[in-house]
Design a protein around this ligand. Sequence first.
Ligand code: SF4
Length: 332
Amino acid sequence: MNNISSAYNSRRLLTYSPAYTVVPTYECFNRCSYCNFRRNPGESPWLSLEEARVRLEAIADRGVIEILILSGEVHPGSSRRSPWIRHLHDLGQLALDLGFLPHTNAGPLSYEEMAQLKQVNVSMGLMLEQVTPQLLETVHRHAPSKVPTLRLQQLEWAGELRIPLTTGLLLGIGESPGDRRQTLEAIARVQQRWGHIQEVILQPHRPGSRQQEALPGFDDRALPDVVAMARAILPENIRLQIPPNLVAQPDILLACIEAGARDLGGIGPHDEVNPDYPHPAIAQLSEIVEPLGWHLDRRLPVYPAYYRWLTPSLKRAVDRWNGEIGSALPVN
Ligand code: SF4
C-alpha cells in the first residue's frame, strides 16, 4: 500500500483538482442578480480555437490536469446555439488532444447536447443551486435557466447518459435552511436513481465588484452546519466540496472539514465566477490542514468509480494521468 492509499484509508485525505479555466464566452442570456461573470449577448467575442491552443500550450508543464470549460449560455432558441455547442465540443477535443482532462459546465443542455459533449469530457458540472421556486421572484427573476425543474431534469439526463457529474448548492442567495434541506434531499433522490453524482459543492455566495445588485455574502459561521446537514442527507458515495477561496477564515475551513467536507475543488490561477477571490496557494492550504493530520493530494476530475463509463479515448487519457501521478482515490 502506498502513502496515498494509506492516507485515504486513514480517512484523513483531502483532495483538490489542479485546474485551469477556459471561458468560450462570457455572454449569457440570463441575468442572475448576483453574477460577476456575465456579459450581454454580442458583447463577449467567443474564444477562438487558435487562442485556446496558445493558452493551453502555455500551461502544458505547470501541473494542470483539469481544463474547466466554463461558459455563459447561448439561448436555446438562438441560431447560434448549435455553433456554440460545436465550439464547446471542439474546445474539449483540443484540451484532450493536448493531454488534459476536460470538464464542461455550460448551464442546462438538451439530452442530445449532453450526449455530444460526453464524448470529450471526463465529467460535467451543473449547480442545482436551490430548488425553491421562490428565487425566481428575486435573484433569478431574469434567469430562465434557473428554473429548478429544468436543472433537476438535467441531473436526471446526466444519470441516464452515464455522465459523472458535479453539482452543488449556492448558499446565501435568499434561501432558508429548510430550502437547503429540500435541495439536498432532491440531489439524494437523483443519486439513488442513477448513482452518477461524484461530488456536491457547498458554495457560499460572496459579493463581488461586478454584481448587478448588492447582496450580502453568506455568513461563514453557518457553513459547518450546512456541511453536516449535507453529510447526513447525501449518500456516502458523494464527496462534499468546499471552495477554499470563498472561506476566508482557516478555523471555518477546518470546521467544514471536520463536519465532512473532503474536497477543495478545482484550484487554478483564477476563479472566473468569483474574480474578486483568488485561490490560495496549495502550500498555504497545506499549512492550514496538515497540523490537524489532513493530507492534501491531487485528484483527477473523474472519480475511479466512473472510469467504466468513459469512452476508450477518455479512458486512455485518464490512464496516462494515473500512470503519472497515481490515484489519490482508490481505484475499484
Ligand atoms: S450566474 Fe451563470 S446563468 Fe446566471 S447570469 Fe451569471 S453566467 Fe449566466
